[in-house]
Write a protein that binds this ligand. Sequence first.
Ligand SMILES: Cc1ncc(COP(=O)(O)O)c(C=O)c1O
Length: 499
Amino acid sequence: MGGQPLYLAPRLESRLRSLLGSPDLLHTLTDALGSPLHVVVPDQLADNLQQFRSVYGIHHLSGQVFYAHKANRSSALLRRLAATDAGVDVASLGELQHALGAGFTPDRITATGPKNPEFLWLAARTSVTVSLDTRGELEQLATLVRKHALPRTRVLLRLSGFEASGVRVLSRRSRFGTDVRESDPLLESVERYGDVLDLVGVAYHLDTTSLAEKATALEGCLRVLEECRSRGLRPRAVDIGGGFGVNYLADGGQWERYTTGLTQAVLGTRPPLTYGGHGYGLRNEAGTLRGTLGLYPAHRPVAGARYLDELLAHPAASLGGSPLAALLLDHLYDLHTEPGRALLDQCGLTVTKVLEVRDHGTGGPLLVRLAAKADDVALEDHGVLMDPVVVPRDGDGSGVPRDGDEARTAAEPVGVHLFGSLCLESDLITRRTVFLPRRPAPGDLLAFANTAGYCMDFHATRAQHQPAARKVAAWQEGDTWRWCLDDQYWPTTPVGGAQ
Ligand SMILES: Cc1ncc(COP(=O)(O)O)c(C=O)c1O
């Protein structure tokens, strides 16, 4: 098998644990709707929203939580959220139409990201708030509003390139947003177009796990808001984007052991842990480890709402050292957030059927082919390493072997390489050697937990005329799981409707 098994067990909260403990349901669904199949759990999204809301409560802050729609195309998730008081961040014309159609009123929608004229027009026409990336975009919107006699449009100015006091640039470069050092000309444009644009505040989104970088950006935004006020503008909000992260793994020790093992495997001091000796960014140069590990930190105890809490408690070093939350409160600024991945934590899983299990006689990992393409389970694209859960065809979901199945009766752990169904060498579900508690068999399911954030449909293709995964929404009525096709779900669907 290639050394001791190195498991990376997924973190499973009660809903996903219960679904995975319902093998008959998962097999019935895949028998009927095919493999791969995405299952989303809309009620979990509402619970996650409450966790963010409670952090606002702890810090006495007002403002909106805007779900970053780009993380999942699901209608069920969006409609479930429309039944709460949350907002939605839309990043395309299609997402805006989807949000309006799901029941979000324009005051609960913010438009971000690269925009075409149609997207800008519909946003302005419906009085959605627009987060502007550049002065050019601001002028384009202002011209459009004037030309089409649209309502005065609420705007946020998205900024980037923040620096900590001193010399070291702390915040990540971004191709989005205006460099904070260019904010003066931007504010001049806001003043020039004051008849058609209403400045709500400033925004940033940083693709980093670093709290310090985000704190620097938030301090930078607070300084720009002061500048706005000194010009007589009346900003009232700061939008700190998304990037609160997810804790994918159940056990930090497993993560430590795996990353240590990977390092040793790259250095050749233990058997390989990947297909073809892939190093996830690490390499062996004449016995010295080089490169950086290009993986998501899959065990992240401080993620999601907890991460927001820590950010808000972080002292604003350049603004007198008070916690960032206290500064927001002092100025009565609303705090807006745009969590995508974090709001979708535990909101779904992807089920795939095992088509073939091949032993190629070398004693190495088994070759397991799944009825899914790598892009249907895009955990690897996001650098997330996490074991699938085996759901046996005739088992009870508890790992109990079937009668007469020798390999199963032995229940020996096995190392496997998981391949997709494309006729392409690179179609690997993961390049990692995955350890399973026992040998899977054709007809079993491998379920990948926690795939709702970006891993379901962000990368999905119909390559080789193979279908993209279908999607169902599932909810619990007492002890029973109920389900419907994703696009059939409305908050009235579950008995009694969503609360
Ligand atoms: C502007 C903006 N807001 C929010 C998000 C959501 O980020 P996350 O899913 O990491 O929370 C993104 C992601 O790309 C983004 O670009």
